[in-house]
Design a binder for this molecule. Structure first.
Ligand code: ATP
Ligand code: MG
Length: 407
C-alpha cells in the first residue's frame, strides 16, 4: 500500500472477487451473491438489471459504503476491501444530485478536494477545470437551488471528477431527468469518457438504451446474481439466456424442440424451422431437448421466406417509420417490426412471416426472467404494453417491456 495520500496516477480498473453482500441482522438477505466481475482500466461497464437485482449494492461495495460478508474488491491491483471510502480514490454520482444546498457550485466542487487536503493554491484551478469539463464554469457562484435538474447533475459529476478519480461510479445519474435532457447528457457522458480515457466507469442503470449507448460491456444482473456479461452487440445478437434476450432489446421467444428431419432444424408447433448452429455438437441444447428460439422483431419480415410462420393478425401498432404486427401463430404471439406499410392489414387476416436461419438464436429453455409469466407470450395474450422505455418510464419497468432499442 502506498504511503502517499495522493498518488500521481490514480489506480484504475475494478475487480470483484466472489463478493457477497448480505443485509439484515444475521445477514439473511443476500443482495449480492458471489459476484465475479472485472472492469478494465478505461472501460465503461454498465450494470443492467431489474429493480432489486443488486446493482446499487455492487456499487456500494466498490465505494466502501457496505462491507462484503465475503470476497474481495480491488481497485487497480490494490485490495481495498478494508479501506474506508475516502481512501479508495473513487468519484461517485447518484440519482439525486446530492449537492450541499448551502454551498455555491464552486464550493460544492471544492468539497472533495479540501477533504483530501489538496493544497489551497491548487483548488481553484481544479474546480474550474472540472466545471469546464461539464460546461458549468459560468455557474460557479450560483447555489444549487438556482440550477435546473440537469445542471445540478452536471455539477455533481464535476464534483466527482475534481478529485481526479481512477474509478467513477455512476448510479442511475440520469434517471431523474426528462427524456430529452437524458439523451443530451448521455452524449455528454460519452464525450467525457473520451476526454478521460484512463478512468474506469461502473454505470448502474435499468435503462437498456443507456447501457447499449454508453457501455463497452454490459453486466446483466438478476436476483443478486450476474446473469451474463458481454459487449452490447454480443448480448443483443447472441444472448445466452432468455433473461438477457428479453432484457437487452425486444425478443420473440418461441418454445421449440431440437431436431427434425433435416440437420440444424427445430420444431415449433407443426412447423420445421432451421437455425444456424443448431446442429453443431456441443453448441446449444441436444437433439430432442426443449429449447427456446429467439428472434428479434425487426428481423421478422412479412411474406414467405427461409423460415415461414403462418398465422393471423391479432394487433397492429403504427410507430411512425415502422409497423409492429402481432401475429398469432399456433397459439403464440409473434412480433414483427416492418417498414411502414401502405395498407394496414386487417385484424384476423391470414399472413405469412419469415426470418433467416442466421438471425435466430437457440437458447436453453427455462432461463426466462422471473417477472415475465411465460403465458404472456402465448395467445390470446393481454394487449402487450407499449414500450415503456420509449415513453420515458425507466424506473421499475418490467423486463422485456423496454423495446426502445428496436422499436
Ligand atoms: N440497507 C439495506 N438493508 C436491507 N436490505 C437492503 C438494503 N439495501 C438494499 N437492500 C435490498 O437488497 C436488494 C438489492 O438492492 P439494490 O439497492 O442493490 O438493488 P438495485 O438493483 O440497485 O435496485 P434499483 O434498480 O431499484 O435501484 C434488494 O432486495 C433490497 O431490498
Ligand atoms: Mg439501485
Amino acid at each position: 500500500m502506498s504511503a502517499h495520500s495522493a498518488p500521481a496516477a490514480p489506480a484504475s480498473g475494478i475487480r470483484f472477487e466472489r463478493v457477497t453482500v448480505a443485509y439484515g441482522k444475521r445477514g439473511e438477505s443476500v443482495a449480492l451473491d458471489a459476484l465475479d466481475l472485472t472492469v478494465e482500466p478505461g472501460e465503461v461497464m454498465a450494470l443492467l438489471g431489474p429493480s432489486g437485482s443488486g446493482k446499487t449494492t455492487a456499487l456500494r461495495a466498490v465505494a466502501g459504503f457496505v462491507q462484503p460478508a465475503s470476497g474481495r474488491v480491488f481497485i487497480g491491483d490494490r485490495d481495498v476491501t478494508a479501506l474506508p471510502p475516502h481512501r479508495r480514490g473513487i468519484g461517485m454520482v447518484v440519482q439525486q444530485y446530492a449537492l450541499f444546498p448551502h454551498l455555491r457550485v464552486a464550493q460544492n466542487v471544492a468539497f472533495g478536494l479540501k477533504a483530501r487536503r489538496v493544497p489551497r493554491g491548487e483548488i481553484a484551478g481544479r474546480v474550474t477545470e472540472a466545471l469546464e469539463m461539464v460546461g458549468m464554469a459560468d455557474y460557479a457562484r450560483r447555489y444549487p437551488r438556482e440550477l435546473s435538474g440537469g445542471q445540478q447533475q452536471r455539477v455533481a459529476i464535476a464534483r466527482a471528477l475534481a478529485i481526479r478519480p481512477g474509478v467513477l461510479l455512476l448510479d442511475e445519474p440520469l434517471s431523474a431527468l426528462d427524456a430529452q435532457l437524458r439523451s443530451g447528457m448521455l452524449a455528454e457522458l460519452a464525450r467525457l469518457h473520451r476526454e478521460l480515457p484512463d478512468v474506469s466507469i461502473l454505470y448502474v442503470t435499468h435503462d437498456q438504451v443507456e447501457a447499449l449507448t454508453l457501455a463497452d460491456r454490459i453486466a446483466v444482473m438478476d436476483r443478486a446474481r450476474l446473469q451474463d456479461c458481454g459487449t452490447p452487440q454480443d448480448l443483443y445478437r447472441r444472448p445466452r439466456t432468455e433473461f438477457t434476450a428479453s432484457f437487452v432489446g425486444n425478443a420473440n421467444l418461441l418454445p421449440v424442440t431440437v431436431g427434425g428431419a433435416t440437420p440444424g432444424s427445430v420444431r415449433f408447433a407443426d412447423t420445421e424451422l432451421t437455425v444456424t448452429g443448431a446442429d453443431e455438437p456441443g453448441h446449444g441444447p441436444a437433439p430432442g431437448a426443449d429449447a427456446t428460439l429467439c428472434v428479434r422483431p425487426h428481423l421478422v419480415g412479412l411474406g414467405e421466406g427461409e423460415n415461414t410462420l403462418r398465422g393471423t393478425i391479432a394487433e397492429v401498432q403504427w410507430r411512425g417509420s415502422t409497423h409492429r404486427l402481432f401475429v398469432d401463430v399456433a397459439g403464440h404471439r409473434v412480433k414483427a417490426d416492418v417498414r411502414e406499410l401502405r395498407e394496414t392489414p386487417a385484424l384476423g387476416q391470414s399472413v405469412a412471416l419469415h426470418f433467416a436461419a442466421h438471425d435466430a438464436v437457440l437458447l436453453p429453455a427455462g432461463t426466462a426472467p422471473q417477472a415475465t409469466d411465460p403465458a404472456a407470450t402465448r395467445a390470446p395474450a393481454p394487449t402487450p404494453a407499449p414500450d415503456l422505455a420509449a415513453a420515458g418510464v425507466a424506473k421499475g419497468a418490467a423486463p422485456g417491456a423496454g423495446g426502445a432499442t428496436d422499436g
